[in-house]
Design a protein around this ligand. Sequence first.
Ligand code: ACO
Length: 426
Amino acid sequence: MNKNTVTLTNNRNGKSYEFDILDATVGPSVINISTLYKETGMFTYDEGYTSTASCKSDITYIDGGAGKLMYRGYDISYLSKEKTFLDTAYLLLNGELPTEDELGAFSFEMQKRSFVHEGVKKLFDAFPDRAHPMAILSAGVSALSTFYYKHLDITSPQEYKEMSNRIVAKIPTLAALSYRYSNGLPIIYPDMDKGFTENFLCMLRGYPHEYVELKEIEIKALDTIFTLHADHEQNASTTAVRNLASTNAHPYAAISAGIGALWGRSHGGANESVIRQLEMIGTVDRVDEFIAKAKDKNDPFRLMGFGHRVYKNFDPRATVLKNIRNELMDELCIDSELVEVANKIEQIALNDDYFISRGLYPNIDFYSGLILQALKIPKDMFAVIFVIGRTPGWIAQWSELNQQKTVKIARPRQLYIGPNDRTPEH
Ligand code: ACO
């Protein structure tokens, strides 16, 4: 018996087929079924791809049971404590952490490339007031492909670098512009003297000729949120980016598709829902009522920001953000009713058997929502913040797929359950 294969037997005809097992460096092995249809005439059925590896990748590894997340082999707790978001972006894009000189050069590159073509502003002018910033951002990124059409055919490592650096640098500017246009606010241009995260906060909050005073902890908190969102292997938006990459689409069209997928309420919108739910609960004396609703089997109500599909013991990103949230609240002296409501829910859930027995603990969205609220970032910008963090991951995944020797177009099959030929005789 070959230990590196799996045997599949079709009980309808008694035939057996062997498929190779491919081993991962760490984590589950996979069964290579790429010849399944040719050999058996059948497809596999796996709605939502819950058991399907769609690619080979050396970028990000998640161990949901152990609560572990690594980018290029580095644990996110190390990256978020010891490194900045720009280190992490460099790591994702280049495979290695930068040296001091490389980080300096990358940071300068980010500043230099942070301006967007003035033509983009004309496009933004056409959107109605109060247009959702995610819709504006998605359109803006797609529009960048008209300014940098040459990135459609990338042939050298230098061109990959230029394309990647350009989009990572411009995303914060486009994100801030999306907010300013949506709210009819004057535009603040990037400042060449400021670092990546500080610059974004100033473009978001500032006014012309007004100095935006930021505490170090505010910059650190947002920088950490960016780092913790930088990649999460083959989630829905990354899969959207990879699907477009497989068709040879323009990389910025692929990022725009990623933004569209992330905009979905089941994906990037969870931290916004956390704050909306806390506001709906409103006062500490109503918390018990909502905890009871969350535990009631006949009530569809769920506590937002609790539980996770992949992390079943704890969310390692939440552990990092909990500490930052505490530091931020102390330094900014934030003591609102909303924070009190959140603290009470957190305390009850961490000690209540219903939540403990089901592995329901606060996830990244519980803390990131509270942090973004404390940073005075409007709720409809929460998903936009996610986009800024995720862009290096998307581009790394786009590049990984494009640099393969052969690229197979993403084209799943289906189990057809509609009517057979109903065409009348003619
Ligand atoms: N509040 C109350 N009960 C919950 C919650 C919750 N937030 N989440 C799960 N449960 C209960 C379920 O009712 C179920 O109970 P049962 O075993 O008695 O039937 C049990 O816990 C398991 O729940 P599932 O839905 O099977 O867990 P699943 O892994 O499919 O869902 C999910 C994970 C979708 C995140 C869920 O926990 C949830 O809806 N959480 C609230 C929304 C949220 O915070 N989403 C953000 C996730 S983080 C991210 O996407 C980046």
